[in-house]
Each structure stands twice: as C-alpha cells, then as structure tokens.
Design a protein. Sequence first.
Length: 228
Amino acid sequence: MAQQDRAIRTRRSILEAAAKVFGERGYASATVEEILGRAGVTRGALYFHFSSKEEVALGVLAAQMPLDRLPEGSSKLQKLVDHGMVMAYRLQHDPLVQAGVSLALDQGAGELDRNAAFRAWADQLEQILAEARAQGELLPHIDVSDTAEVLTGAFAGVQAMSQARCNRADLGRRVSVLLRHVLPGISTPAMLAALDLSPERGERVFLECEALPETASSAPRSREGTSP
C-alpha cells in the first residue's frame, strides 16, 4: 500500500509539473527536462509512468475528463446541469484541469489526440440526454447527439472567454447563463422550472462528489501498484 501511495503521488507530481510547463510554454515548446525539474523526480521515475512527452500530455488531458460519479437524482437534466457546473468549479480551482483544457485548445499540439477530451464530454452528455428523453424530460423534437455537441462546444467557448476576461473568476455565472439560454429549447416546461441553475451549484455538487466512496473506475492503474 505504501508503494502504491508513493506511485500515485509521483504520477500526480509529474502531471502537476507538466501542467505548469505546458501552461507557460505551450505543448510544442515544453521539454521533458523542464518537467523533470519542476516535478523533482528522476527520468526513470517519469518513464516508469509515461513513455514520452506526448503520453504525459495525454495524462494532463485526461485530468479534465468529466467526473463519472456525480450524485444520482431523479432528474437527468439536473445531472446534465451538474456536469457543466462542476466542471466550471474545477476549472476555477484545479491547475491540472485548467492545463488539460488549455492543451485541448492548444493549436500547437496537433500531434496529440486532443479530440478525445471533446469526445468524452459529448459522449457523456449524449448518454445523459438519452436518459432524460426516456424519462420524458426533453421536448419531442430534440436530437440528443446534436445537442450534446452544441453544449460541448458552447462550454469550451464560454470558459475560454471567461479565462481571457477575468481568469475564470465568473465562470460559474457564465455557465449558468449559458444553460438558462439553452435549456428552454430542449426541456419540457415542468422540468425546466424544477432545475437548480444557480452559479454556486458547482461547488456544492463537487463537495458532495468528494464525499462519495471511491469506485472501481477511479482506482489507480495496475502498473502503478509498484513504482519508484
């Protein structure tokens, strides 16, 4: 267990260091040497966890993936809202998530599969929307795939504008405004009236997620069981 804990801490320190380097220099200009210096680890420790700079960057990208253990309630559209609001809160407080989003939008990182992060978001939103449709929460004409793509792209744009204008200080409010404009076009009136779209909801739901028991999907990878 001690070895596993040390492995998790080492991997996290590498990702956090890489997040800072990528954020300051961009993917193309960042070097493994800079990441090693920031992380304070040996080259062997880094290559135990990651085979290349590209794989480190993919690890940073993965840090922004949607949470897979949001609290379950009766409303699937509320879960859809919570995905966006929790991500807004994480973007305000977690440098690793911030770096993952920056990498996904970095035009100089063309060799990375930056599309994976967008696919993950759109796929999860599409699944939730399909569940909402099955429960009668959506208007009859809604295409869940198109709606998931629109929401994913709109969130990316809103967070980028918030970052440029105030370092994401108002992101919770901006996502709340976005949802207040989009949801009337997809939700039944009765369901829309019941949704909590408050800017503070992301923090409340995130803290609730943190209190949930860990799931198998959030366990460390097996190769990290024994490491430097």
